[in-house]
Ligand binder design. Structure first.
Ligand code: SPV
Ligand code: MG
Length: 431
């Protein structure tokens, strides 16, 4: 009897999946692959049920003879293991980023004469509603909030991109690329104080008040599902910070990062060019401890950001602070640097990891941007934040467009480099 393989990455079985099984059954013994969590988050959306629950769900389906884990989104592992006579998939993977997967599977099958069958993809009102409901579920505060901790345990490095509006949130949510035979996407969003302030035309000095910052979070949350890390600046007064923690937690934000500075905060990338005062270990520890006490769920994270390297206070000071802040209850450490060379960051991470194997490390490689995610992960970094690149990309493009329209007294000259309005519209989902 022939073996037919199909890979599922769904949390809910609808008529489309039942149709795939029925079509597969006509051709032989049906083996369903359950795409592992680690592969799923790179290529599809975050699961709402666990890998074990998905396996149980697929096993319970009539016509499914066997369920195996597929760890590689490109099918290499399962095809080597099973050598199915046939791989069956909906024909939706003939286009878009998933086409790379189809091409790869086709090549793998060709090596031993296996067959690839694309069946018409089922997409109707019921399927659309199920997709939408799943997405809505992922966007609910209780699911979104705990997702950052889940991601830290699921993936070697959590990739976070800046968002400061509904639209930038959608870009972070939906951008999927195929590169060198793999699909990839961002895991989470960073609501940067710099970019949130800049979008409002204000300086990054804690001038934009919390109510306004929460409004930005809300705009992003309304149209996305990925977890949010909030740039909490200094956290403000401890008496205020405890309220901020409660509000963020209630909204479904996953983490706040607060930096060990006090007084008038300026952006770290100014370094010692402007006057900035570092809080003492005791002051910062008290703020962290108060925040942890105010927190109600186990999901939320308070991450302590250390400014010692930015303020040129040295590595020993940075490490002493890191260990003290973890002791005070911090759920993670962010170490920042404005050097081009990543050496001080990797030294910090190696020395911190030598003593603390588990506390997540966060870095923001805006200046030390030559280091790759793999290299950071090899030094024990858990979260990488691309803190301002979307803002810095959009600003010059908008400025040049404004200049050229003034220059030519019409918009024709700029049109070629603009996104068609139709494409903008497709970014935005309708209910
Ligand atoms: C931000 O994005 O606002 C940050 C990171 O705090 S940095 O600008 O590098 O200080
Ligand atoms: Mg900031």
């Amino acid at each position: 009897m022939k073996t037919v393989y199909t890979c599922f990455c769904t949390d809910v079985i609808h008529e489309g999946h039942l149709n795939i099984i029925a079509e597969a059954k006509k051709r032989g013994r049906v083996i369903v692959g359950c795409l592992s969590d680690e592969a799923l988050i790179r290529y599809n959306k975050f699961p709402t049920i666990s890998q074990e629950e998905r396996i149980r769900l697929y096993r319970s389906l009539d016509g499914v003879e066997e369920v195996v884990i597929q760890n590689d989104m490109m099918y290499d592992d399962v095809i080597t293991l099973i050598q199915p006579d046939c791989v069956l998939h909906g024909d939706n993977w003939k286009e878009g980023p998933e086409k790379a997967i189809r091409d790869h599977v086709e090549a793998l099958l060709a090596q031993y004469g296996g067959e690839l069958v694309d069946i018409p993809y089922t997409y109707n009102e019921t399927v659309r509603k199920i997709d939408l409901q799943l997405r809505e579920k992922l966007g609910m505060p209780e699911y979104r909030r705990r997702r950052l901790r889940q991601l830290i345990s699921m993936t070697p490095i959590v990739k976070v991109m800046e968002a400061h509006s509904g639209l930038t949130g959608l870009i972070v949510e939906k951008t999927v690329v195929e590169h060198e035979g793999r699909l990839d996407q961002f895991d989470a969003m960073w609501v940067s104080s710099l970019c949130d302030s800049t979008a409002k035309g204000k300086p990054d000095i804690e001038l934009v008040d919390m109510t306004s910052r929460f409004r930005t979070i809300d705009d992003i949350m309304e149209v996305t599902t990925k977890p949010i890390i909030f740039d909490g600046d200094t956290g403000g007064l401890t008496e205020h910070f405890v309220y901020t923690v409660r509000s963020l937690e209630r909204m479904g934000v996953s983490a706040v990062i607060i930096e060990d500075k006090k007084g008038l905060k300026k952006n770290s990338l100014f370094g010692t060019e402007v006057e900035q005062t570092q809080a003492t270990i005791e002051e910062m520890s008290a703020k962290i401890a108060a925040g942890k006490k105010a927190q109600l769920t186990d999901d939320f994270m308070i991450i302590a950001r250390i400014e010692s390297l930015i303020l040129e206070r040295g590595m020993e000071d940075a490490l002493e602070r890191a260990f003290a802040f973890v002791k005070a209850g911090a759920d993670g450490i962010m170490i920042h640097s404005r050097k081009k060379d990543p050496a001080e960051i990797t030294e910090f991470c190696d020395r911190f990891r030598a003593e603390d194997k588990t506390t997540p490390i966060v870095v923001v490689p805006s200046s030390f941007n030559t280091i790759t995610e793999d290299e950071l992960a090899s030094h024990g970094v858990n979260i990488v934040i691309y803190a301002n690149q979307l803002t810095r990309a959009a600003f010059p493009a908008m400025q040049k467009t404004a200049e050229d329209i003034l220059r030519y007294h019409r918009a024709k000259e700029v049109d070629d480099r603009l996104m068609p309005i139709k494409q903008i519209i497709t970014l935005i989902d309708e209910l």
